[in-house]
Design a protein around this ligand. Structure first.
Ligand code: SAM
Length: 271
């Protein structure tokens, strides 16, 4: 799987990408990550990439020319079509389902904003999937890009070692993971639940299932399959999302973008 990241700060991503599991995945040829300096695509003699907002107001807005040219040039570097992702606090909230969908694309091109973000025409022209890391505002899209790459890459076959598993953890079966313990058996008066020391696999499994369900109910009732928010990926909810997107004038909400990407063969079909 190939990732391309367009950023003003490639040096902010490099150390994280080189470390641990992601570093090994790249060395093994399972994942490629290419970092591109946005300024390299500016036609301005001073490599300027931004300008003041029309209508006034603070800050600077990333201009159309360098961003659109960067995407068009970078896409030509590899024949595989790229799923375009634009990082923004106004996008679809990123979650494990989004990571799963992204991990099925052969190639993903991520745009990192900065300052006040992107000229809106960039979204209209490139029609990317817009992703938010959460309801908070970062200074730039680099952390969001790393979160997307990391969470999608670790779902690829072979990226996690045999001791690690992406199939038995939080959000996999719609639940949070059960509590984990390691040596010693007693620490500061706190003991490991005895069933985990019993060697009885059936009982351990049962305890873990119950503990995961209890923990999920207590901490994340919204994940319960029967709840409204837990059904957020249902066809009805998706239709609602489209209606909301149309009502508030969003050019194309996540589901439509993913469906468009699926039609181009760049992303899996939206479930
Ligand atoms: C300061 S933010 C711009 C915020 C924008 N003016 C707004 O109010 O929606 C600069 C850049 O950081 C990135 N960013 C900030 N918060 C983010 C979030 N929650 N998720 C993903 N990217 C984010 C985006 O790339 C964004 O273009």
């Amino acid at each position: 799987m190939r990732f391309d990241v367009v950023t003003l700060f490639p040096e902010a991503l490099s150390p994280y990408l080189a470390a641990s599991i992601l570093g090994r995945a790249q060395q093994a040829g399972l994942v490629e990550v290419h970092l591109h300096q946005l300024r390299d695509y500016s036609t301005d003699p001073h490599r300027k990439v931004d300008d003041r907002p029309f209508g006034g107001g603070p800050g600077m807005v990333l201009s159309c020319q360098p961003v659109v040219d960067a995407v068009e040039a970078i896409e030509k570097l590899d024949p595989r079509p790229a799923l375009r992702v634009l990082t923004t606090p106004q996008g679809r909230r990123f979650d494990q389902q989004a990571a799963r969908e992204i991990s099925q694309a052969q190639r993903v091109l991520i745009l990192c904003g900065h300052y006040e973000g992107f000229d809106e025409r960039i979204v209209e022209i490139l029609r990317p999937v817009e992703i938010s890391l959460g309801d908070f505002v970062l200074t730039g899209g680099e952390l969001a890009a790393l979160a997307i790459i990391d969470s999608a890459a670790r779902l690829l076959p072979g990226v996690l070692g045999c001791g690690e598993s992406a199939g038995d953890e939080s959000f996999c079966g719609g639940l949070l993971e059960y509590p984990q313990y390691t040596r010693p058996q007693n620490y500061r008066g706190l003991s490991v639940p005895s069933v985990l020391l019993s060697g009885h696999h059936g009982e351990v499994e049962k305890w873990r299932r119950q503990a995961a369900a209890e923990r999920t109910r207590a901490r994340r009732p919204d994940l319960a399959p029967e709840s409204d928010t837990g059904a957020a990926r249902s066809p009805r909810a998706r239709a609602g999302g489209r209606r909301i997107g149309a009502a508030i004038g969003v050019v194309a909400p996540w589901e439509s973008r993913m469906e468009a990407a699926a039609a181009r063969g760049v992303a899996p079909a939206v479930r």
